[in-house]
Design a protein around this ligand. Structure first.
Ligand SMILES: [Ca+2]
Ligand SMILES: [Ca+2]
Ligand SMILES: [Ca+2]
Length: 832
């Protein structure tokens, strides 16, 4: 069968096209064409023009502007008028003011604006044969303040270009594996403003910022001269092209190609011709999605095969191969694949090998593509939560020294504690209102907050909402499963955690205690819940490395000079202390009260003092919050009524409504009488419809998120609800339904077939993504990736060679603790 990724010669291709594939001939033309989805397309090349625009929240997320998806991988983005040689995440981004698509002319034009500088430009992209022309137009000259700073930039993904060669005006070079090019410093006064006036750098009192020098300068460049799938030719007659290494300033920087806009000029000021090489007849290798963890003998086993739209799907079949202990490989099962159909840019077929039940080592073959091996065995799911509970979670314990064998994961962070945040319109979506809502003055130390709590993964703040979720997840895990597992030594007295050292106490109880310690202390010291305990300065928010080195551990004393340390060695003039953001939010207080009540219940007999403190704060916060909310004229009763309408059948309840509410209802079954459970039955029946609606929605049968965050939380929530619907109503929701989310997590998903859970029993887990090790190009065992990030209009991706994109690669403390519930309940069902 002709269905694999191959570099075929044109003659072979023509024969095949004529014989088999009239549709390939239509699409195989070498010109870029503006397609119905408003991007430029030829086989192997997609050029997107602001299908994804810069979003204000986190500024440059390396997901926007002009982007190139090159032979299936998004390797270029950030094409826009920018104000820096190598923009960092918090440098200003342009607002897209207009986007016009002219099909007749084959152009896309976007208007870009920098409000801070009253600076407008237009970028016009036009298809010209196999290339696009990108032109920057100005109606007014570049503002004086941005002269020499504003330019047109495009950014190249380092992990796809490093060690590949480039050629600039005939001179050869190689993209460096690590950033080691040259820089200069310039006065801060010349630096274009950054996000809300914050600074990404600590200039150590020099009043100067670092500016990278170009690796090369010229009028024509070919990148990846040695790799046809990555090769791009770019030339400009009217502007100089400069190649920079964005990693000089920030590890998450990309290679940047840039032309500075001329000053004093209007009209068409910069013109580039950009021609991504297309491998003739390129067809993407099929992505065979399956569970890398494997399958139990009796469970349904369906691989989903993702196919290039130019890959023929008719009449194909797939084979399950058995790898025998004597070194031979035999065919265990062969069957025709079943067409599911198109979903966004690819076609999907399914291969059902459920009838193979013999324990053993297998792999799947489709055409010339063969997967890695996997197991069919009764025990494949036995250890799916161990890495998360034993490794990932303890490493994310804040205010502790955490060690494992010979390795210290981090020292004790934030020894100096937290200051009352002053009024601030801050970064990371935080804000402190005009009053503190506390007895503390701005920048006064709030005592005792540096205890307990969990890092918010890629950053090191205590997001209170997430920490509440985390404690709730642990409490649920404890109350449902009572896991006695003890693989972690935790001493609050020594502020010391050691992995793989049992200490006679169940780890989950210690995690609950650790989370509650921070939350209760917040309630006691602040009087209510902080929205977050976070960084005061942007130059330590983006910290990479040991959390203990984020701040200097010394109290900030404004009477000292910056970087000066007091004679007694206990304070410094460096304003790096973390802040507590304390604007009162009674809804958050109510959530905390809920978790304190549960915490008091489970901690009683384990840590009576903390249980009593929890209960006291629960009662106080609850009554105060209700009073505050009543004053704000919120009508809770009406909301509760609306939430319950679907249950009694008086509302407009359809199954999506049910989906929103069912988990809460299932959770209360143990507390209610039998009639309640009976009353829920129609809702559970509707929920089964909802579960099965995903079989029509997409080829993978789970809710797939299309937002800026890939959405593993929604998938896990779905999985947990399916599990509990099955546990309480096995006659309505059959056991076969519970495997959907496990399949998705462990490799049956678009783009690649790696497990989203680091190291978990999987033959091919993801290897590059992060918790609090963002720059390590590695993983922390047990981490769960957000998953498949959707880029408009039709592209899913999950890089496994570039960690930094939070929407696809940042495992979070809330998501990972949800995974523990999902995994624990799933294991119980499977082994029942
Ligand atoms: Ca955060
Ligand atoms: Ca323990
Ligand atoms: Ca300090």
């Amino acid at each position: 069968m002709f269905n694999q990724y191959r570099k075929v010669n044109m003659r072979q291709l023509l024969i095949l096209m004529v014989a088999l594939l009239p549709s390939v001939m239509m699409r195989g033309q070498s010109d870029l064409r503006l397609n119905d989805l408003e991007y430029f397309e030829r086989q192997g090349v997609n050029i997107l023009v602001f299908s994804n625009s810069f979003n204000g929240g986190f500024n440059d997320e390396k997901n926007s502007g002009i982007e190139i998806i090159h032979h299936g991988v998004r390797t270029v983005q950030g094409g826009a008028v920018r104000l820096n040689n190598t923009p960092e995440q918090w440098d200003l981004v342009p607002t897209m003011t207009s986007r016009q698509v002219d099909r007749e002319k084959g152009t896309i034009e976007v208007g870009l604006r920098y409000n801070d500088y009253d600076f407008d430009s237009r970028v016009v992209v036009t298809a010209k044969g196999g290339a696009v022309e990108i032109a920057v137009w100005l109606d007014k000259p570049v503002p004086e303040k941005l002269a020499g700073e504003a330019g047109f930039n495009m950014e190249f993904l380092p992990s796809q270009y490093w060690l590949k060669t480039y050629q600039v005006d005939g001179r050869l070079g190689r993209f460096p594996r690590y950033a080691t090019s040259q820089t200069v410093t310039r006065p801060n006064s010349e630096k274009p403003r950054q996000f809300k006036g914050f600074k990404t750098y600590d200039d150590r009192g020099t009043n100067r910022f670092v500016d990278p020098l170009p690796l090369e300068t010229g009028h024509s460049i070919t990148v990846a001269t040695d790799a046809p799938d990555r090769m791009i030719r770019i030339s400009s007659d009217d502007a100089e092209l400069k190649l920079f290494d964005g990693r000089m300033l920030a590890q998450n920087g990309w290679f940047v190609l840039r032309s500075v806009l001329p000053t004093g000029k209007t009209g068409k000021v910069v013109t580039w011709t950009v021609e991504p090489h297309a491998i003739p007849g390129w067809i993407r290798e099929p992505n065979i999605g399956f569970s890398q963890v494997g399958y139990t003998p009796e469970q349904p086993k369906v691989a989903v095969i993702e196919l290039d739209k130019n890959d023929p799907v008719q009449a194909g079949s797939a084979t399950l191969l058995r790898l025998n202990p004597d070194g031979t490989t035999t065919t265990a099962y062969t069957a025709p694949v079943k067409l599911w159909g198109p979903y966004f840019k690819y076609n999907y077929v399914k291969f059902d090998f459920s009838q193979v039940k013999e324990s053993g080592v297998y792999c799947i073959e489709y055409g010339k593509t063969r997967t890695n091996d996997f197991l069919i065995d009764a025990h494949v799911y036995d250890k799916i939560t161990d890495a998360t509970t034993d490794v990932w979670v303890p490493i994310h314990m804040n205010h502790m020294y955490v060690t494992e064998g010979y390795r210290t994961w981090h020292g004790e962070p934030f020894k100096e504690g937290y200051l009352q945040a002053p009024e601030s319109d801050h970064f990371d979506l935080h804000r402190q209102g005009s009053t503190t809502d506390t007895k503390y003055n701005p920048l006064e130390l709030i005592p005792g907050l540096n205890v307990g709590g969990f890092f918010d993964a890629g950053d090191f703040d205590i997001e209170t909402g997430s920490n509440i979720n985390v404690v709730q997840n642990f409490i649920r895990t404890w109350e449902l499963f009572h896991p006695q597992r003890d693989e972690t030594f935790v001493s609050q007295e020594q502020r010391y955690v050691e992995l793989h050292r049992p200490d006679g106490k169940p780890d989950i109880m210690q995690f609950i205690e650790h989370g509650v310690l921070n939350l209760v202390t917040q309630a006691e010291q602040i009087g209510h819940m902080a929205s977050t305990l976070s960084n005061s300065v942007l130059d330590n928010y983006h910290h990479l490395g040991d959390a203990a080195s984020i701040t200097d551990g010394l109290h900030y004393d404004p009477s000292l000079k910056p970087y000066q340390v007091s004679a007694d060695g206990r304070s410094s003039g460096t304003p790096d202390d973390m802040w507590a953001f304390t604007t009162r939010n009674p809804n958050l207080d109510l959530q905390a009260a809920g978790v304190f009540t549960s915490a008091a219940r489970v901690l009683r007999g384990y840590n009576d003092d903390l249980a009593a403190r929890s209960e006291k704060q629960a009662n106080r916060l609850r009554s105060e919050a209700r009073e505050l909310l009543a004053k704000r004229h919120r009508n809770h009763d009406r909301q509760a009524e609306a939430d319950n309408e679907w249950l009694t059948g008086t509302g407009d309840g359809n199954y999506r409504n049910v989906a929103r509410n069912l988990q809460t209802m299932l959770d209360s079954i143990p507390m209610k009488d039998a009639t309640y459970k009976e009353k829920l039955r129609p809702a559970v029946k509707q929920y089964l419809e909802y579960i099965r609606s995903f079989d029509r929605d997409n080829p993978y049968g789970v809710p797939i998120g299309l937002g800026n965050w890939a959405g593993v939380n929604a998938v896990l929530n779905f999985g947990i609800t399916v599990n509990y619907a099955h546990i309480y109503y096995p006659d309505i929701v059959p056991k076969d339904e519970v495997y959907r989310v496990a399949n998705w997590l462990y490799g049956c998903h678009p783009y690649h077939n790696y497990s989203f859970v680091a190291v978990v029993g999987a033959a091919r887990p993801k290897q590059v993504f992060y918790g609090n090790n963002r720059a390590d190009f590695s993983f922390i065992p047990g981490n769960v990736a957000p998953g498949l990030l959707f880029r408009k209009p039709d592209h899913f991706e999950n890089y496994d060679d570039w960690p930094f994109l939070w929407g696809q690669n940042e495992g979070t403390i809330a998501g990972n603790t949800q995974y523990i519930i999902f995994g624990s309940s799933f294991k119980n069902i499977v082994t029942e």
